[in-house]
Design a protein around this ligand. Structure first.
Ligand code: FES
Length: 106
């Protein structure tokens, strides 16, 4: 079971921002959307590019390479040229610290 990894203190991730952390070798982007936290793998399933660096519009991120949109909440691919979801991860807040865990191998 993957262990919880500290992202940062909640005060360091205000609403509308995100940051990338390494979680057991996976590059994970953690977002604050209006006070709720979400984490998806920072990998576009179209061609393996990084999603961060792309525009964030509402609860979607637009891949900076060819424009596929992904749901930040679920990792679902919403528009071509990506069709497969990127991984989504559980996030929790413990004593003011945001933590994320890669649960794919549980
Ligand atoms: S690598 Fe993301 S849309 Fe092509």
């Amino acid at each position: 079971m993957g262990s919880w990894v500290a992202v940062c203190h909640a005060s360091e991730l205000p609403s509308g921002t995100h940051r990338v952390v390494d979680v057991d070798g996976a590059r994970v982007a953690v977002f604050n959307l209006q006070g709720r936290y979400y984490a998806i793998e920072d990998v576009c399933t179209h061609d393996g590019g990084m999603l961060t660096g792309g525009l964030v519009e509402g609860d979607q991120i637009v891949c900076p390479r060819h424009g596929a949109r992904f749901s930040i909440r679920t990792g679902q691919a919403l528009t071509p040229p990506a069709f497969e979801p990127t991984a989504a991860f559980p996030v929790r807040l413990i004593d003011g610290e945001i933590q994320v865990r890669d649960d794919r191998w549980d």
